[in-house]
Design a protein around this ligand. Sequence first.
Ligand code: ZN
Length: 252
Amino acid sequence: MSSEAFVLRLQDYREADRIVWLLSNEHGRLSALARGARNSRRRFTGQIDLFQRVRVEFAHRRGQGRLATLTEARALSSYPLLRQDPGRFAIACVVAELLTRIAPEGDIDPALFDCVGLVLETLADEKIAPGLGLAAAAVVRLLTAAGFVTNWIHCARCGRAVPSLEQPERERQPFALEHGGALVCGDCLSPRGTARRLSAADCLWLAQACRRMECAPATTSPGNVIGAAFDVLRGVTSGPLKAERFLFEILR
Ligand SMILES: [Zn+2]
């Protein structure tokens, strides 16, 4: 079988083999054993590396949770900057681990696959500085593509639109993100529920970021918007990502 895929994780196995975790467009997420991958440059052109977009040939495993056998891999986009620049590497680690949590094994999702391509292209763009604003954009875009963020444009209860920056300060309603990812206005916020307060700039950026990949601007609080994205993630997966701590160590 053949497919395009992104390399999410790699682990050396025995003397010469590697286990490769992939998100493919035709077979969903899968893991495969690449026999002799550390020695064979012919079958695994230019070596398989993290976060690459590759074309792979593989023989399917029998049964859920079993390893496929990877027979060939060719890099289509290599994205060297994602492995060389510490900030971009930290964000790409978050993206890869996030995908292993939100993309079920074997589940084919073309919209999510295309979104991963866009996110990695943006992370590898040297004109865009790697910071928490970029990390937040990547997480919000992926959560939206996977269907975990459905509407951050209106209050989830009364339908009031998020404030615009053109509105005078005194007319801007406060908004908050409730546990579980519902965006609500100040009037609808449950007094007992836990929620993350958002400034008008944070709120407006989140509304835009779920529709297109756009770095959080300096007017937002990057710590707050990435926190909002991770709040949503906690609502849908068990426990924080391992890569979260690394991200905050690198991009303080
Ligand atoms: Zn409301």
